[in-house]
Design a protein around this ligand. Sequence first.
Ligand SMILES: Nc1nc2c(ncn2[C@@H]2O[C@H](COP(=O)(O)OP(=O)(O)OP(=O)(O)O)[C@@H](O)[C@H]2O)c(=O)[nH]1
Length: 328
Amino acid sequence: MGHPHLAAPLLLELAHTVNEGLILIDAEGKVQLWNRWLAERSGVSAQEIQGRRLEEVFPHLANSRLAHAVQTALQQQLPAILSQTLNRRPFPLQDHLHNDAHPIEQAITIAPLARESGHIHCLIQIQDVTAAVRREQQLREQAQQLQALSNIDGLTGVANRRSFDARFQEEFQRAQRHGSDISVLMLDIDYFKEYNDCYGHQAGDTCLTVVANTLRRCLQRGGDFVARYGGEEFAVVLPGASHGAACKLASSLQQEISRLGIPHANSHAASHLSISVGVATHTPQRNDRAQDLLRGADIALYQAKRQGRNRVVSADALDLTVQPEKLM
Ligand SMILES: Nc1nc2c(ncn2[C@@H]2O[C@H](COP(=O)(O)OP(=O)(O)OP(=O)(O)O)[C@@H](O)[C@H]2O)c(=O)[nH]1
């Protein structure tokens, strides 16, 4: 061997000084070395555990992956790395050395050691990976928050257009698979340009938020959702809703917005803020496209504008082959 001058006491001191846990297991599976790092963090002293099997002191380790890995190292001389996610904190270790005492997350490697006598020993190394695990957790949480934020409209707090596109497509395909109805409402605030001109852009922003919250509040069923589709335009998706049910909800949304009584002196449709709504329903067949349903609701909305605003129009009664702009 390479370093005959390294005396046994020095090697022992080295094992006690390293900044990680070291356990030496002999051929009979008994602990020969339990270093200071482990004693300080486990509350188990070297005297208490030396000469005993790990499972005697830590019964929960019996039949664990760690116990199997130690057996494999001793019997087949195979090393192992215990995945940190599959083996959460095999040893009950606490970091008492800092102000925030906390359980220690552990990365564990197991290696066979062949002695000159031919006896195989096993070395278990335990590293404190708490900081890395915490950082990973924080990054995961931040990624989830970003994901949620990227789906929400910053002003009104309802789903944004991006999220609408994905969820609407999903719901349309579900309806296609189940042969069920799906309805869409397209809603637009009447004379909103005049509202901004009269009351200011900031009041316009507040108004959009109030309308969005009112729409959200009026949706009853779990799968229903509202999204900000464009500037002052909202879309509501009602999976499983028949055309009759969707028209009824559209009317109640229109009434709820009217009931808010938000003054709108420059509206030609009412004395208060009002909305126009287009309603369309499909029971999608195999080759139907989600955008055709949306287009139906859009054409109905333009028709509602054309007929004088502050009303609900159903796509059922319309010629959907006409371009919406031609209806204006
Ligand atoms: N305050 C505010 N206004 C917005 C926002 N997004 C769009 N708008 C305004 O909404 C107005 C929409 O105007 P138009 O498309 O002419 O529609 P309208 O005035 O509502 O008329 P009709 O829909 O035909 O009744 C524009 O003046 C936009 O500036 C926003 O985030 N905040």
